[in-house]
Ligand binder design. Structure first.
Ligand code: ZN
Length: 472
């Protein structure tokens, strides 16, 4: 089978404008003397951004509100805020970041900037912003930042402690990579054989936005061979649940890691405008509330070039992680969502474009934009990723099960038998199965599942030999 494998961890882009990365020598090589700490400027806040802000220190102490966990092996941006103290004279100040990487090797990074005002929250260039490589963040990560005079000729004055911050060992959690397996749907229903955009540019843009927002170490995007579909996929959602179930059965049979998500891309019309002119379904997923439901780690979306495809995929794969909609432009929505209008609620950092993302941006689980990820969704997806790190948490076979699809009129349709690796989750409901003559074979317990994005859903029931129909 031909596969194109694209790997990415989000690429580090340049820090704020006006900052100059310096040498890694703390001393002045020409004179042998040491630069002194700047005594008239204070470090007021330090945050590590790995998608969203995690405040590490604020006004000398720990933040009151719980922060997003810091993750090992994930690219970070350490942001250092300052306040000028009384008598500060405008000048260039050097910030020196030092820490040991997980192998114990010392890392020294320097930035310098001309300081003529205090730091402000939204302005990236008003803070020192260190890109911290993924591989250097691990257990024992304990950065120190010192604000130094630019020249070694300056005598110490003021309070050198104000411009020095040492974190102590920070609490660092482990995450995991996720595999996103793309199925380019060959759309044969209209005889066109049309394929979605799986160009390297589009797939890298997709991978970059996942890597920048999802709390993972790496996104592996794997593009499969084209997958032919000869039935119509309409803008009102007809055909979508059948295709989702097909890919779900593929996912169940595949020998893949737990943190693997199948994603079907397709173009039922030549352009997005033609497909969506009168409103449309852009994506579909199962709402996957249980970590045991590997059959639910599958989703669909339109595959036209550009951001709509990417932002749709962020949301659909979010549903595959058990996330409900965030409350903006869509109802019903997650009643636990903590911020009004699906705001992300905290500062974000977009390392693709090297830009701050304001707390007023919208969570990608909503129908509003522009989108980023909230700390709430970040934490929730991280918990799922961490829960699926351990291989096969449930021992033994899940046995043979059959999917029962509900149609829009509430009718129940029995699907083929599928071997699940473990019993399905979901709310139990009593169902009855019948043989070909309409005779009652057995009463069974069905386990309900729901779609995110379309009404309806279905059940998993144990496979009963001879069953051909099912009823409530
Ligand atoms: Zn959705």
């Amino acid at each position: 089978m031909h596969k194109v494998l694209l790997l990415t961890t989000a690429v580090a882009c340049s820090a704020g404008s006006g900052q100059v990365a310096g040498s890694d020598q703390a001393g002045d090589a020409a004179t042998g003397s040491q630069r002194v700490a700047a005594g008239d400027i204070a470090i007021t806040k330090v945050s590590l951004f790995q998608g969203v802000e995690s405040v590490v220190m604020e006004n000398g102490g720990e933040p009151e509100k719980a922060q997003a966990p810091l993750l090992a092996d994930r690219l970070g941006m350490l942001r250092v805020h300052w306040d000028r103290l009384e008598g500060f004279a405008d000048r260039t100040v050097v910030a020196q970041l030092t820490y040991d990487d997980p192998e114990g090797n010392p890392v020294v990074q320097e930035l310098s900037t001309f300081v003529d005002r205090d730091s402000s929250e939204p302005v990236l260039s008003d803070t020192f912003n260190f890109d911290v490589e993924a591989a250097t963040i691990g257990q024992g990560f304990s950065p120190t930042v010192t604000l130094l005079e630019e020249s070694a000729d300056v005598a110490p004055t003021g309070n050198a402690d104000a411009g020095t911050w040492a974190s102590g060992a920070l609490e660092i959690e482990q995450s995991d990579s996720i595999d996103l397996v793309i199925f380019p749907i060959r759309y044969d229903a209209d005889g066109s054989g049309r394929l979605p955009d799986t160009s390297p540019e589009q797939m890298l843009a997709l991978a970059d936005k996942f890597a920048a927002t999802y709390p993972v170490t790496t996104i592996n995007v794997i593009v499969e061979d084209p997958y032919p579909v000869d039935y119509a996929l309409t803008s009102s959602g007809l055909g979508w649940t059948e295709l989702l179930d097909e890919l779900s059965s593929l996912r169940v049979r595949a020998d893949v890691r737990e943190n693997t998500y199948f994603y079907g891309l397709f173009e039922p019309e030549p352009t997005l405008a033609e497909f969506c002119g009168y409103g449309c379904v852009l994506g579909l997923a199962y709402l996957a509330p249980s970590t045991s439901d590997d059959w639910a780690r599958v989703a669909l979306g339109t595959g036209y070039s550009g951001d709509v495809t990417i932002d749709t995929a962020l949301q659909e794969v979010g549903h595959s992680h058990g996330r409900e909609h965030a409350p903006c432009g869509v109802s019903p929505a997650d009643p636990q969502y903590p911020y009004p209008d699906a705001k992300i609620g905290v500062m974000g950092y977009d390392n693709i474009h090297g830009e701050m993302v304001p707390p007023s941006a919208k969570d990608f689980m909503s129908y509003c934009g522009p989108v980023w990820i909230s700390d709430y969704t970040y934490n929730a997806i991280l918990q799922r990723v961490q829960a699926l790190r351990a291989p096969n948490r449930v021992a033994g076979q899940g046995g043979s099960w059959r999917r029962v699809r509900t149609d829009r009129e509430g009718g129940l349709h029995l699907g083929d038998a599928v071997s699940l690796k473990r019993p399905p989750g979901g709310a139990p409901e009593a169902l009855r199965v019948f043989d070909a003559e309409g005779g009652l074979l057995a009463g069974v317990t069905g386990y309900a599942y729901a779609y995110a994005g379309l009404p309806g859903g279905g059940f998993w029931i144990p496979d009963v030999p001879g069953a051909v129909s099912v009823a409530r």
